[in-house]
Design a protein around this ligand. Structure first.
Ligand code: GLY
Length: 395
């Protein structure tokens, strides 16, 4: 039975709603502090990139080699939008050339994370500056992503070589955020193939990744030959039948982002179900544990999942009809999350340090536990932009 929002959670959200002026001040102060961190890290990393997660609170520097590099470039574009300062744009435009090379040379692009990489670095650049180089790079990335589409199962294969039988037919919830690149590519090129693949994939995610109780599998296998659904399995969560918090956050945010491209209102209903499950399982301070099976105790929080969920709740709320009874609750839940993050989860003010601490990258593999994660920083900054102005999404 899909969850409704727990009345106690609703009450808590109403009680916690602060006067508007106080919210604005909180957002402005948090934004100023976030921009100072971006400045520190721009000086620290130069034209290199922060690694996916910090080590001892500081991100190691790396080249344009990971699935996560777009988050830092996206932060530079957000900083440029927030401030108008040319230094952010100049650095981001140098990154665009690097992203152009990366897809042209097929360097570490054998995975589905091309949307994370190219929506934030190059679709953003195209939308903000009209750059033809950025549009060309984003189209190249979209073509690579489309190569991963498996028509029988109707999904984009997440990881691994397309001939690898271990990985064939595996979709993951994170891919919801990679689909906007495909919709953008159809709109830009006029070729419906990208959009058609994205529509099939989101349908499969809705049917098989979302469980009846409103929680989600992290990953789901199909038989690539027949297209028949097989079974769900976790990769970064606690157990196959638990609910990895970041996966749930990718779902809360990804379904309404895709709705904006394809207009399918069922995706908004689904995002509500996921949001209710998520909100009903938050601890006192409103920042989730790394897996939603935990609601109290010593396990680590995942501030990055909370930041993603905050953006998802804002996207969901903004797309719901004005009279939807939960519209304001989702807005308040997002604001409360951002306030908690800004007051209790901000990173140390050191070169190479993250905007947010207390995130988890991959607990089962022992990577990035209780560290900063670069996507958490990106979504925290995106949430601050969403709350401080009328912002046009890069997704
Ligand atoms: N998309 C990979 C992760 O969220 O860790």
């Amino acid at each position: 039975m899909p969850p409704s929002l727990n009345p106690a959670v609703m009450e808590q959200l109403k009680n916690g709603s602060a006067p508007q002026r106080d919210d604005q001040r909180m957002v402005e102060q948090a934004l100023a502090r976030a921009l100072a961190a971006v400045d520190r890290n721009l000086a620290h990393f130069g034209d290199q990139f922060p690694a996916p997660s910090s080590v001892g609170g500081v991100y190691p520097a790396m080249g344009n080699d990971e699935w996560t590099n777009g988050f830092w470039t996206g932060m530079l574009w957000l900083a440029y939008e927030a401030s108008g300062a040319p230094r952010y744009r100049e650095a981001a435009e140098r990154h665009v050339l690097s992203f152009h090379r990366r897809q042209a040379e097929r360097h570490n692009v054998n995975h589905h994370d091309l949307g994370f990489l190219y929506s934030l670095s190059c679709v953003s650049a195209y939308k903000l500056t009209g750059s033809a180089v950025a549009a060309g790079a984003a189209m190249g990335a979209a073509r690579l992503l489309l190569e991963r589409y498996q028509p029988r199962a109707g999904i984009i294969q997440a990881w691994g070589d397309l001939n690898d039988p271990e990985q064939a037919g595996r979709m993951i919830i994170d891919c919801n955020l990679n689909l906007p690149l495909l919709y953008w590519a159809s709109a830009y090129s006029g070729d419906p193939a990208f959009r058609d693949a994205a529509n099939r994939h989101i349908e499969a995610a809705a049917r098989h990744i979302v469980r009846a109780d409103g929680s989600t599998f992290h990953t789901f296998y199909f038989d690539p030959a027949s297209g028949a659904p097989r079974h769900g399995k976790t990769h970064q969560g606690h157990a196959d039948d638990s609910c990895w918090a970041r996966g749930q956050a990718w779902g809360i945010s990804g379904f309404p982002l895709v709705y904006r491209h394809n207009g399918d209102t069922r995706l908004l209903a689904l995002s509500k179900v996921l949001a209710n499950y998520y909100l009903n399982r938050l601890p006192e301070d409103g920042i989730c544990y790394w897996d939603l099976i935990f609601t109290s105790g010593e396990e680590e929080r995942d501030s990055s999942a909370a930041a993603i969920a905050a953006c998802g709740l804002l996207e969901l709320s903004n797309n719901l009809p004005l009279l939807d009874p939960l519209r304001d609750d989702y807005q308040r839940a997002a604001l409360r999350t951002v306030r908690q993050l800004s007051e209790h989860y901000q990173g140390d003010e050191i070169p190479g340090g993250g905007l947010l601490r207390h995130a988890v990258y991959h607990k089962p593999h022992g990577v990035g536990i209780d560290e900063s994660c670069i996507w958490g920083d990106y979504f925290y900054l995106e949430a601050l932009l969403r709350l401080s102005r009328s912002w046009t999404s890069y997704w």
